[in-house]
Design a protein. Structure first.
Length: 132
């Protein structure tokens, strides 16, 4: 049985010439691949940053609405018949917090959208694409 043709000794020079060409090809394309990878990462970061900014704006609107709701409740006259317990005050506060979160997520009063547009424009004007 002849195994000389299978031996890598006779094809060593040929293999080296192929690997040299492949290495040069990889060097040429790796720069563009790295650039494409960085661009993809930046676009993902921008998308994630936009989502985080939107969430923060909604949270800010919820805080504003919660403050407004608590001030509105303070204007309602207290009834002298039923005494308000501490548990009732806490429960009302928790109810207001959840209501205002849901109001903000459902569109709220438009404050979150206004904040988002303004802050997005400010970020684009300043060229900030990365989070600090």
């Amino acid at each position: 049985m002849n195994i000389n043709s299978v031996s890598g000794i006779s094809n060593v020079g040929t293999a080296n010439s192929f690997s040299g060409k492949a290495g040069a090809l990889q060097a040429d394309t790796s720069g563009s691949f790295a650039e494409k990878l960085e661009q993809a990462e930046r676009s993902i970061n921008k998308t994630q940053d936009a989502a985080k900014l939107k969430k923060v704006c909604q949270d800010m609107e919820a805080v504003f609405l919660n403050f407004m709701m608590s001030k509105m409740r303070e204007t309602v006259p207290k009834d002298g018949l039923l005494k308000e317990s501490n548990a009732q005050v806490i429960m009302t506060s928790m109810l207001d917090t959840e209501l205002t979160k849901n109001m903000s997520q459902a569109g709220g009063i438009g404050l979150a959208d206004l904040l988002y547009r303004q802050l997005s424009q400010d970020r684009e004007a300043n060229g900030e694409s990365q989070t600090p």
